[in-house]
Design a protein around this ligand. Structure first.
Ligand code: PMP
Length: 367
């Protein structure tokens, strides 16, 4: 364990040590079966139990009622950018959907949706994704099939701290990078989706939670495996599911439960974020967070050193020294540059304190 570094990656991201240890312990022999989870039949009783327990834990953690179906799918967030319009555009005859574009991921979702219907851009094109325009300025279409948004833009570090009001139009949310970082009321949504590789496990499985009355409207050209009805009817097993990724997700859900559930995750995440933002805000402009305060993400913090535009050589020095001190993946996304600190559930408080102390020392030595 001593060889492990602190991984501040945006995803794939750090997994709780206890999850990796549990997986390691039974890598060769899962629950006395004599085989690895990777070698189990997906139709057998042992894997069925893994899938069933993951669904049960998820329902418990978020109080998900039975009229919401839980699907464990493949294809990632990008797969859902296509599946959603293919399944939901047909909810209304106009085949038109509203997209609230607040960053790269929601922009990508909207442009994919254009292949399958009309896309109404709710916001004028933003020059910089550092804020979320007030809902009073939104151009929502009362006849939209659904309204799509991304509640945490992983690259730009903006997060919705409220649930948009859509006046009865089904609300669809990309929660890939903040799912289970706090509790939320699923009944406000038509569909929520998240790739697992940030807060929920490893890449390979994509979670979709969909209200049952929205199922059954797929475009006739929708591939059978991507039709929510097919997957609901076959309990996510129309084709072979990503068994090992589902297993890891199950271990992560167990870990969240053991550690107090979604509210406890939120409280811990708030402490983590407070300590990082305090360091930034008290740095006299040495560290700059470009996102306006009320839209700051609790999961991903983009950051510049030495002014708004950043000082490339100082930033490189920071990354090199952090690396020497056992902290990795602090480089910003290539499209925005600078640094990015990701603080998903698995990041521990003492890891954040270690980073914050390094930030303070680095400032003192370099300003
Ligand atoms: N949505 C968000 C918010 C993301 O952060 C990502 C991945 N970083 C995606 C969608 C795309 O996910 P995938 O790579 O699983 O397709």
């Amino acid at each position: 364990n001593s060889k492990r570094v602190i991984n501040f990656a945006a995803g794939p991201a750090k997994l709780p040590a206890g999850v990796l240890e549990a997986a390691q312990k039974e890598l060769l022999d899962h629950a006395g079966t004599g085989v690895s989870v990777m070698e189990l039949s997906h139709r057998g009783a042992d894997f069925t139990k893994i899938l069933h327990n993951a669904e049960r834990d998820l329902r418990d953690l978020l109080s998900i009622p039975s009229n919401y179906k839980i699907l464990f799918l493949q294809g990632g967030g990008n797969g859902q950018f296509a599946s959603i319009p293919m399944n939901l555009m047909g909810l209304r005859d106009a085949h038109s959907a509203d997209y609230i574009v607040t960053g790269c991921w929601s922009a990508k979702a909207a442009s994919e949706a254009e292949k399958y219907g009309k896309v109404n851009y709710v916001l004028p094109k933003l020059h910089k994704y550092t804020e979320i325009p007030h809902p009073s300025t939104w151009n929502l279409n009362p006849n939209a099939s659904y309204v799509h948004y991304c509640c945490n833009e992983t690259i730009h570090g903006t997060e919705f701290h409220y649930i948009p009001e859509t006046n009865g139009i089904p609300l669809v949310c990309d929660m890939s990078s903040n799912f289970l970082s706090r509790p939320f009321d699923i009944t406000k949504y038509g569909l929520v989706y998240a790739g697992a590789q940030k807060n929920l496990g490893c890449a390979g499985v994509t979670l979709v939670i969909v209200r049952e009355d929205l199922i059954g409207f797929a475009n006739p050209l929708c591939p059978t495996t991507m039709d929510y009805r097919t997957q609901v009817n076959s309990n996510s097993m129309y084709n072979t599911p990503p068994c090992y990724s589902i297993y890891i997700m199950g271990l992560v859900l167990e870990w969240i439960k053991k550690n107090g559930g979604a509210k406890a995750m939120e409280d811990r995440n708030n402490l983590k974020i407070l300590s990082v933002y305090e360091t930034i805000d008290n740095s006299d402009g040495f560290y700059v967070a470009p996102v306006k305060e009320e839209f700051r993400s609790r999961m991903n913090i983009p950051l510049r050193i030495g002014g708004m535009e950043g000082n490339d050589s100082l930033e490189k020095k920071f990354l090199d020294q952090a690396h020497q001190m056992g902290m990795i993946q602090l480089k910003g996304h290539r499209s925005v540059g600078g640094l990015r600190i990701s603080l998903y559930n698995a990041i521990e408080l003492d890891e954040v304190e270690y980073l914050v102390q390094f930030m303070k020392d680095f400032q003192q030595a370099n300003q």
